[in-house]
Each structure stands twice: as structure tokens, then as C-alpha cells.
Design a protein around this ligand. Structure first.
Ligand SMILES: Cc1cc2nc3c(=O)[nH]c(=O)nc-3n(C[C@H](O)[C@H](O)[C@H](O)COP(=O)(O)OP(=O)(O)OC[C@H]3O[C@@H](n4cnc5c(N)ncnc54)[C@H](O)[C@@H]3O)c2cc1C
Length: 314
């Protein structure tokens, strides 16, 4: 069975959930081989084995001294050397660039923001604010696929996770942009927005200085907090929490929209959520067209009741 390369997302040796999703998807296509760039593989190997990685290719941390290009050169080389059937990465901003560069090097094609993928590497995409579903397939060469977090339900399956050190002779071009400093984004206890299984977002309806109501509900659910652009532009909440066309794309199991109208640009970032709950005092708000469950009411009345009720039932 042909290998399917999965680029591992990890922090300090801990494998991110999205990688377990990619390994699950990879098993549909062929035999998953995890590609670990940087240190810490010995700590993450068990998690990779648990989700079916037959091999773990470890590449030196020096590749991360430069911006994206070295990882693309590594993936392209591995895909060629190993005769890979596909390359899967998570659809983060950096990884989408890696995916594009890898596909160029392979003379193949890239499919991004994928929400599902079949054994034949036919991909599903949700576009136009979720109004249309399209399917894609790379016609030549090794398909490179960037899958959105939370799109695939991770399923455990044991793999050998046989470790093999790999490397690549970097081109001068790949060393063009050097990383001179890394700043860890302050995040607190909440899960990362793009990976969270539950997201509670607030819009202009929340009001200035009142975001505590959103945070309290989020914390009750172990959720990430999101915000509309109206909120971010007003300076009510930091911009790394913006969801939408010009913000982050989220695909959680549950998205709760508090005081968000549901503009197309906001929907573009959250419409692939599996369940959407909206609270809005305007019954005509467009968010209700998308919502699985809608509450017409004042969020400052509804959200605290919801928080209280969930706490009671815990
Ligand atoms: C190029 C471009 C890119 C953009 N990118 C993004 C993006 O990435 N993300 C994004 O979000 N937007 C984006 N926008 C902006 C987008 O068009 C909307 O303006 C924005 O999403 C509106 O945010 P909102 O829903 O919070 O505010 P509003 O549209 O003002 O809606 C507020 C809602 O709150 C409700 N409300 C008010 N008070 C209460 C209350 N007490 N209880 C319950 N409900 C209440 C109102 O009925 C209303 O529906 C972009 C726009 C452009 C042009």
C-alpha cells in the first residue's frame, strides 16, 4: 500500500489533535507516514502510533530556522523518494503555503480548506458561506491536501511508528527568509481557536467592555473565544480572535454566536461548524439562516442562563 505523508503539528513534543485527524484521513488513502520536523519526536511517537502512523520520519530542527520553504523541500523530496500517494497537512496559514510550494515542486496540484477527503483523494470544500459544496481532485502527480482542523473525527488504530531520520539539502532559495525570533502568543487556559471543538463568539451585540459574558460561557464549555470583525475593529477584543474571511477559519463541533448578525464575511470563517447556535435579538438576523438552533433574545439574559444551567448539570 502506498505511503501517505502527514505533516505533524506539534508543540514541545505534544502532537496536536489535528494530526490525529489527518492520520485518520490518511488511512483511507494508504499507509500513513508521519513527518516530524524539529525536536521532540520521541515524546510524540506514542500518539502517532495510536492513530496508525506506520512510519515517523524525523527531520532536523534546523529546517525551522527558515520560513516554510525548507519544509516544502523536505515534503517534496520525501513524496518522490517514497512514492507517496498523497501529502496531507493541516490547513493553517503556514501549512497552506507549505502545501502550495510542495505541489509546485512536485509538478502536481494543491487542494486547500478541505473538509473531507475520500480514499481516491477526492476532496470536499464548503464555499460561498456554506451555500455550496464543491469537490476537487488533483489531475496530475501527488496530490497535496490541506485539511481544516475538526473536519475528520479522529479514530484510533495502532501503527508501528517506525522512526527514520531524514534530511534534505536545502536550496539557497529555501534559506531566503530566516526566522530571527519566535514570540509565543498569549493564550491562557483556553484551547486554540482554530482547533477548538467548541467556539463561543461575540459580536457587536455584546457591547463594549462586556465580553465577560462570552468568556464565562466559553469557560463553562471548555471552549475557545472568537469575535466578529466589528468587535475587533472597535478594539473590544484582540484581533487574533477574529473569525471570518479576514480572520481565522474555524470548524468546531459547536459554534455559539452571541450578538453576531451573520454577515457573509463572518460566515466564511465558521460555516463548516457542525452545529451552530445563535442568540440574537433580531429575528431577521441572517445568522438564523445558518443556525441549527436559534434563540431570539437579549444575549445578556440568555447567555448567563445558559452558563448557569451548564454549570448546574456538570
Ligand atoms: C473585505 C471585508 C472583510 C471582512 N472580514 C470579516 C471577518 O473576517 N469577520 C467578520 O466577522 N466580519 C468581517 N467583515 C465585516 C462584516 O461585513 C460585518 O460587518 C461584521 O461581521 C459584523 O459584525 P457583527 O455581526 O458583530 O456586527 P453587526 O452586523 O452590527 O451585528 C450585531 C448583531 O447583534 C445583534 N444584537 C445587538 N444587541 C444584542 C443583544 N443585546 N442581544 C442579542 N443580539 C444583539 C443585532 O441584532 C445584530 O444582528 C468584513 C467585511 C469586509 C468588507
Amino acid at each position: 500500500m502506498a505511503e501517505v505523508l502527514v505533516l505533524v503539528d506539534h508543540v514541545d513534543g505534544e502532537v496536536k489533535k489535528v494530526t490525529t485527524e489527518l492520520l485518520t484521513a490518511a488511512r483511507r488513502i494508504g499507509e500513513p507516514s508521519a513527518v516530524w520536523v524539529g525536536d521532540g519526536a520521541e515524546n510524540g511517537k506514542a500518539a502517532l502510533a495510536e492513530f496508525g502512523a506506520e512510519k515517523v520520519y524525523t527531520a532536523p530542527a534546523e529546517l525551522n530556522d527558515y520560513v516554510v520553504a525548507p519544509t516544502a523541500e523536505l515534503l517534496a523530496k520525501l513524496a518522490q523518494d517514497k512514492g507517496a500517494a498523497a501529502v496531507l497537512v493541516s490547513a493553517t496559514a503556514a501549512n497552506k503555503e507549505i502545501a502550495g510550494r510542495t505541489a509546485v515542486k512536485l509538478g502536481s496540484g494543491v487542494l486547500t480548506d478541505v473538509v473531507d477527503v475520500t480514499a481516491e483523494v477526492v476532496t470536499e470544500h464548503s464555499i460561498f458561506g456554506g451555500a455550496t459544496v464543491t469537490h476537487g481532485r488533483v489531475k496530475a502527480g501527488v496530490p497535496v491536501v490541506a485539511v481544516r482542523p475538526n473536519s475528520v473525527v479522529p479514530e484510533a488504530a495502532s501503527g508501528a511508528a517506525a522512526e527514520e531520520a531524514v534530511s534534505v539539502d536545502l536550496s539557497d532559495a529555501a534559506k531566503g527568509a530566516k526566522v530571527v525570533e519566535r514570540v509565543v502568543e498569549e493564550q491562557g487556559e483556553r484551547p486554540e481557536l482554530t482547533e477548538a471543538a467548541v467556539v463561543v463568539s461575540g459580536g457587536r451585540g455584546v457591547g463594549e467592555g462586556k465580553f465577560g459574558v462570552v468568556e464565562e460561557l466559553a469557560d463553562t464549555l471548555g471552549a475557545a473565544v472568537g469575535a466578529s470583525r466589528a468587535v475587533v475593529d472597535s478594539g473590544w477584543y484582540p484581533n487574533q480572535f477574529q473569525v471570518g474571511q479576514t480572520g481565522k477559519t474555524v470548524s468546531p463541533n459547536l459554534y455559539i454566536a452571541l450578538g453576531i448578525s451573520g454577515a457573509i464575511q463572518h460566515r466564511a470563517g465558521m460555516q463548516t461548524a457542525k452545529n451552530i447556535i445563535a442568540v440574537n435579538k433580531d429575528p431577521e438576523a441572517p445568522i438564523f439562516e445558518l443556525a441549527d438552533f436559534g434563540v431570539v433574545g437579549d444575549l445578556h439574559t440568555v447567555a448567563p442562563q445558559l452558563t448557569e444551567e451548564i454549570n448546574k448539570r456538570k
